[in-house]
Ligand binder design. Structure first.
Ligand SMILES: Cc1ncc(COP(=O)(O)O)c(C=O)c1O
Length: 361
């Protein structure tokens, strides 16, 4: 059977059917219904965020963050992330300015970020890539000093705690994706976290066409509502997340052990200090792109499909400007994420690791 980079958590069908009953009985499928509200409450509590707003996907969560913070002009962001981080800015009419990442953390480097600040800069948008924390203190200090908003793309972080606090609780706004590839998912979905009640209100209003009350359209909005069906699915999955993380951890550690012998030829993922990790990704950093290619071919020949998260670097996309980011440009083509999910048989971990070791010989 094919092995993919991840496999969505699937709750018992009966749990889902149970949650569908009230939706059927009340014929209430959307528009801020009880399932969405329950999900918002539980997820916001889990993320220790005073306000949590469920939305249709993680891309709209990013767009709503920009809209709610009333951004215009330039936003400094990372080249090492999923395309939606930067393309959401372009879609909002903002100009992404790429600052380079730090060579060891792979997240936005605060020093490189400081160099890119101009009179047009309004915000910093940094990604906790793979669920690994950005330098939250330095970025917060920089944002404070320069009067900028700080947004974290926390799409990968559900289940991650940093220094005893959920990673998504840092920043003026943090956004998550609840896409089926994420540990907590609603098939398609997203989430916005903020401690600021005004920002939260603006996200809620703009998520719903700009309706502020029944008849007032104070600001332009979009339709970014999560449906009751999607919220019901996430509510069914939520109780299984913790156990899934335990199983992911076992597989993560099995990879580490099996790949230990080639640690001089490939950089194994290191869990940063003070991070309670969700084990969402197993990124390997190869010596060069050719080694990635060899590993890729070896795995695909076994019907195993790793992913080149995250290549190409976003500053190189044809619709972006001409910012250079030498560190990210050197890292991205050398990264490969191995299959990792709670149901991945340990035998598959062994097989995949053995093929990798051989490809590196
Ligand atoms: C870092 C990051 N940002 C944003 C997104 C966009 O989320 P969605 O697919 O829910 O729109 C994703 C992923 O899918 C992501 O990995």
């Amino acid at each position: 059977m094919s092995v993919h980079v991840t496999r969505s958590l699937v709750p018992p069908l009966d749990d889902f059917l149970e949650r569908l009953k009230p939706i059927w009985e009340e014929a209430r499928f959307t528009n801020d219904g009880p399932q969405v509200r329950e999900l918002e409450q539980l997820v916001a509590r889990e993320l220790e965020s005073p306000h949590g707003i469920a939305v249709a996907n993680g891309t709209l969560a990013l767009q709503l963050a920009s809209a709610a913070l009333d951004l215009e002009g330039e936003v400094i962001t990372t080249p090492l992330s999923f395309v939606a981080t930067a393309s959401s800015l372009v879609w909002m009419g903002l100009t992404p300015v790429f600052a380079d990442v730090h060579p060891t953390t792979w997240t936005l480097d605060p020093e490189r970020c400081a160099e890119k600040i101009t009179t047009r800069t309004r915000a910093i948008l940094a990604t906790h890539v793979y669920g690994f924390p950005c330098d939250v203190d330095s970025l917060a200090a920089l944002a404070r000093e320069k009067n900028l908003k700080l947004i974290f793309d926390a799409s990968h972080t559900f289940g991650c705690s940093y220094r005893g606090r959920p990673l998504a609780s840092y920043g003026d706004v943090a956004t998550l994706s609840l896409h089926a590839t994420k540990i907590l998912h609603s098939a398609e979905g997203g989430f916005v976290c903020t401690a600021d009640p005004d920002t939260a209100h603006r996200v809620r209003v703009q998520r719903n066409f700009g309706f502020d009350g029944l008849e007032s359209f104070a600001v332009p909005g979009i339709n970014a509502k999560l449906s009751e069906l999607h919220a019901a699915l996430a509510l069914c999955i939520l109780p299984y997340v913790e156990a899934a993380i335990v199983k992911r951890r076992e597989r993560f550690e099995a990879y580490l052990e099996a790949l230990h012998a080639v640690a001089d030829r490939v950089e194994l993922p290191r869990i940063p200090d003070d991070l309670e990790y969700n084990y969402s990704y197993f990124p390997l950093l190869f010596e060069n792109e050719e080694a990635v290619h060899r590993a890729w071919l070896a795995l695909v020949a076994m019907d195993v499909y790793p992913r080149r998260y995250f290549d190409p670097p976003l500053n190189s996309l044809p619709y972006m400007g001409r910012d250079r980011a030498p560190v990210a440009e050197a890292l991205c083509p050398r990264l490969l994420c191995l299959p990792l999910h709670d149901g991945l048989p340990l035998d598959d971990v062994e097989r995949i690791a053995a093929a990798l070791v051989e490809s590196l010989a």
